[in-house]
Design a protein around this ligand. Sequence first.
Ligand SMILES: [Zn+2]
Ligand SMILES: [Zn+2]
Length: 336
Amino acid sequence: MHCGWELKHLLRGYEAIVKQVNQHPNKGLNEEVLRVSLQEVGLKSRPECCSIPPPQYYAQIISEMETLGWDKMVHIDMEFQTLKLKAEDSSGRQHMLTVRLKAKHPAEAPECSADLPVPLSVTWTPQSTLEQLYSQFLLVLEYLTEFWDVLDEIDEKTWILEPENPSRSDTMRRIAIGNNLSIKVEVDPRHPKMLPECCLLGAEHAVTPLRNKLNANMHLWNPDSSVLHNLRDVLEIEFPSPATHEKSGFSVECGICYSYRLESAIPDQVCNDPRCGQPFHQACLYEWLRALPTCRQSFSVIFGECPYCSKVTRLHLNTYSQYISAPDCCTQQSLS
Ligand SMILES: [Zn+2]
Ligand SMILES: [Zn+2]
């Protein structure tokens, strides 16, 4: 075997393995065996090899997986330490549980993670098994079924502007109501059918009547009914749905950068003039307004002319906290 002195030095005492590899009839397999063997050599000559679990560890996992059922396993890594288990809730939604086992398993609790709107806390004792862990996960899924039912109905029957691709852990939805008019709802995973936190977004003249209806009809909220149903009743509107409307009507691009998504932001600032109503990204409008000589700031509100209709529009900085400390050029100037 021809190789550098470092490798020769490393392979000292492992000549038998190298010979065995060379004699193997399958060349592709040879390389694989050599790679694994070299890895072994490397590990043995390094002190951190003690972090490799003892043989009982693997026997334990195999026996636990046999009890749980191999059909639940979607993936296991090369180190045999990270397992991905699939599960289905009672509404037929697919979920994934990632389990990172510790070298001292089962004496030490594994780390678990899943795409959930609540933290996943599991009880683990040195006698616990993967099967028990899995049943705890199923209970959490059952507990969250109502929450996902509520959101699935919204996702299916309305146009969602944000988040772009909601995951199972997302509790917020921004639902299109009309052109440049939307409502942001934050559903509580623990009380999914209660009145959620709502925020109406759009030009003042369009938002005000809806806000008044929301305040006046709030007492009509029925916790036995779904959130979407309640929102319809309380706001006295029909939400545009994929069955009746095209999404392009609600995803109007920003009037400054001419794009819809800017990083992850969508144009959610709207010119308050009823005849204009042009949407902008907060970042774009902020940059635009503060470049104007006529720009003026009062507390957390910046006033300046709309790039479209030249009417005075305003930007509330409290909804855009990262810029609160920045607008130095706008302060102390008056609107001419
Ligand atoms: Zn923009
Ligand atoms: Zn305007």
